[in-house]
Design a binder for this molecule. Structure first.
Ligand SMILES: Nc1nc2c(ncn2[C@@H]2O[C@H](COP(=O)(O)OP(=O)(O)OP(=O)(O)O)[C@@H](O)[C@H]2O)c(=O)[nH]1
Ligand SMILES: [Mg+2]
Length: 312
């Protein structure tokens, strides 16, 4: 295993330690503690997955799939079910082939989400990482609700070494996006990343504003590839799922950035989001620094969650 990979994996595992303690310790004791595959065995697995925030519907689907495989492969030993369970979850989390297409095209990435989930931080991290890969990146400070929001994004732009388009506090966010799109076209920018507000006077205003921003991008930059990422705070568990549902009503969400997995017992929510909403988790945040965001790798994530022996 390369040094780089080991570093990432180590961090991922460390970041998910609480999740692991909750889910995996439970799962392991079930796989080792039962001598027969019976209803009690399945019930215990079900309960453990739900406790780990994988969600009722998703858990039921996982259990059904597991039961079918056990029957089909005539498995008798509870311990043999662990690999099957892991495979089932990995299959649910598949990202599809075009998950990161926006990196290779002239694109606009809109980053949305409720307040405090980590939008601005994620935009900053993404800007730095895309720039390092040779992309020409521009930021749009479309959260004009507070002056501090613009300052915070400006700091990230400096850290990442990319340009930013901003206006003063209280200006129309759609106008900022309009300016940013013009600048992106004029400067031959590869990726335009738009930070947005998470809090307005009420939720209706927020959703209206996002619709308006979408319209501007569609009208002024129809040739751009569009990516809309919803940021969800991994520590909020099932609430995060509900937020994703609400944002889906105003935008064609193409992916999720799941943040704060470094301090949560609820990483299982990633599985639930993918399975219940069909929206892929594309990035995970595991800290506050530039390189504390990683592309989501279902294989590694599920292995980290269950800490299978091969990673030791
Ligand atoms: N531990 C940890 N903290 C994070 C992560 N992502 C963001 N944060 C922190 O969460 C806090 C909120 O992050 P912001 O990026 O300001 O969130 P936001 O969604 O832009 O917030 P508003 O603009 O107020 O809606 C900051 O203190 C970040 O440093 C993460 O992956 N892990
Ligand atoms: Mg912000």
């Amino acid at each position: 295993m390369s040094q780089e990979k080991k570093g990432f994996f180590g961090r991922l595992v460390a970041g998910l330690s609480k999740t692991r303690d909750n889910i995996v310790a439970g799962i392991d004791s079930i796989f080792n503690g039962f001598s027969a595959i019976d209803d009690d065995f399945y019930e215990e697995i079900e309960e453990t997955l739900i406790m780990g925030d994988i969600g009722i519907h998703t858990t039921e689907a996982i259990i059904e799939d597991l039961k079918a495989k056990v029957k089909e492969q005539k498995i008798k030993e509870p311990s043999e079910c662990k690999a099957l369970l892991i495979d089932t979850i990995k299959k649910q989390m598949d990202l599809g082939p075009n998950a990161y297409e926006f990196e290779n095209r002239k694109s606009v990435v809109l980053v949305i989400g409720v307040n405090g989930v980590g939008k601005t931080t994620s935009v900053g991290k993404l800007a730095g990482q895309l720039k390092d890969k040779g992309n020409k990146v521009l930021l749009a400070a479309a959260d004009t609700f507070r002056a501090a929001a613009i300052e915070q994004l400006t700091e990230w732009a400096n850290r990442a070494g990319v340009d930013i388009i901003a206006q003063q506090e209280g200006s129309d966010p759609a106008a900022v996006v309009f300016d940013a799109v013009s600048a992106a076209k004029a400067r031959n920018t590869d990726v335009l990343l738009c930070d947005t507000a998470g809090r307005l006077h009420n939720k209706k205003n927020l959703m209206e504003e996002l619709r308006k921003i979408h319209r501007i991008i569609d009208k002024e930059y129809p040739e751009a590839y569009k990516e809309t990422l919803v940021v969800l705070d991994g520590t909020t568990g099932q609430n995060a799922l509900e937020q994703a549902r609400q944002f889906r009503e105003v935008a064609d969400i193409t992916g999720i950035i799941l943040t704060k997995l470094d301090g949560t017992a609820k990483g299982g929510i990633a599985v639930a989001i993918q399975a219940e909403l069909g929206i892929p988790v594309k990035y995970i945040g595991v800290g506050e620094q530039m390189d504390d965001m990683q592309k989501f790798n279902p294989e590694e994530f599920v292995n980290a969650l269950f800490q299978t022996a091969e990673q030791q």
